[in-house]
Design a protein around this ligand. Structure first.
Ligand SMILES: NC(=O)c1ccc[n+]([C@@H]2O[C@H](COP(=O)([O-])OP(=O)(O)OC[C@H]3O[C@@H](n4cnc5c(N)ncnc54)[C@H](O)[C@@H]3O)[C@@H](O)[C@H]2O)c1
Ligand SMILES: CC(C)C1=CC=C(C(=O)O)[C@@H](O)[C@H]1O
Length: 242
């Protein structure tokens, strides 16, 4: 397997899938990733490969530290260091804070914040040792920047991602590995339901939700050679919300 390999976590659907499609068009070998449906991941990788790109797939739960470490170390042993990772996978479990259960708190923190360590830590030293530079892009949210009603767990995790991204960017800057965070507002995916859409529309100056492809275009740029001097940044894409 040759060329630059980029892992896109949570690329079975939504924003992650759009990112995987865009990076494959740019000539990266994309490692498609998800938690459950191996057949679906294989189909996506085959589709990307048969439409001029190059792709393979990996399956593991990003909240499971040991599973992530084992899967990523095996992949690196077989195919070498990654050039980059887009840490996209995430979940929301919304509830007003007084009603928020410990499962809703833990689930969101483990999946959205602990996964920063679980996924990125096994990748970093092989990237450094490869001495080829690299790209790390994380996904936060307008909720991580401004906070959002009913999302105390989600806002906490997404704010944590911003701090972790900025700190890691400082550590890796001299290695030509850029580390940036993309913070979308409301994007039209399976994560969003109609009730949320109606309520949210009042807060969006652009008066529309974003498209996964619009987020993918930003990530694609951050992964390109042209973005080599952009690091430690949080870039919002939210129709003017904050
Ligand atoms: N949709 C939005 O409005 C919006 C806004 C801001 C930020 N985001 C963030 O963007 C990212 C993608 O969101 P989306 O709307 O495309 O979500 P989505 O629900 O459509 O897709 C999420 C993906 O993550 C994967 N995933 C979830 N939990 C996982 C786990 N434990 N292990 C492995 N894979 C797991 C799913 O399989 C899926 O592929 C998330 O981090 C989300 O928080 C989304
Ligand atoms: C502020 C509100 C419209 C909103 C922003 C971001 C989200 C996300 O998934 O990151 C949504 O859940 C939504 O609450």
């Amino acid at each position: 397997m040759s060329g630059r390999r980029i892992l896109v976590t949570g690329s079975s659907r939504g924003i992650g899938l759009a990112i995987a499609e865009a990076l494959a068009q740019d000539g990266f070998h994309v490692v498609v990733h998800g938690r459950r449906d191996a057949t679906q991941l294989q189909e996506i990788a085959e589709r990307l490969s048969s439409t001029g790109g190059s792709a393979s797939w990996l399956q593991f739960d990003i909240a499971d530290r040991e599973a992530a470490k084992a899967a990523l170390e095996n992949e690196i042993e077989a195919n070498g260091a990654f050039y980059g990772v887009v840490a996209n996978a995430g979940i929301a479990r919304d509830n007003a804070f007084p009603a928020l259960t410990s499962e809703e708190w833990d689930g969101v923190i483990h999946t959205n914040l602990d996964s920063f360590y679980n996924v990125i830590h096994p990748l970093v030293m092989p990237m450094v040792r490869a001495r080829k530079g690299g790209r790390i892009v994380t996904l936060s949210s307008v909720s991580g920047i401004a906070g959002n009603r009913g999302q105390v767990n989600y806002s906490a995790a997404k704010a944590g991602i911003i701090g972790a991204t900025k700190a890691l960017a400082i550590e890796l800057a001299s290695r030509n590995i850029t580390v940036n965070c993309v913070a979308p507002g409301l994007i039209e995916t399976d994560m969003i339901d109609q009730e949320l859409l109606d309520e949210a529309m009042k807060m969006i100056p652009a008066k529309r939700v974003g498209k996964p492809q619009e987020v993918a275009a930003l990530v694609r740029f951050l992964c390109s050679d042209a973005a080599g001097y952009i690091t430690r940044q949080v870039i919002s894409i939210n129709g003017g919300m904050v």
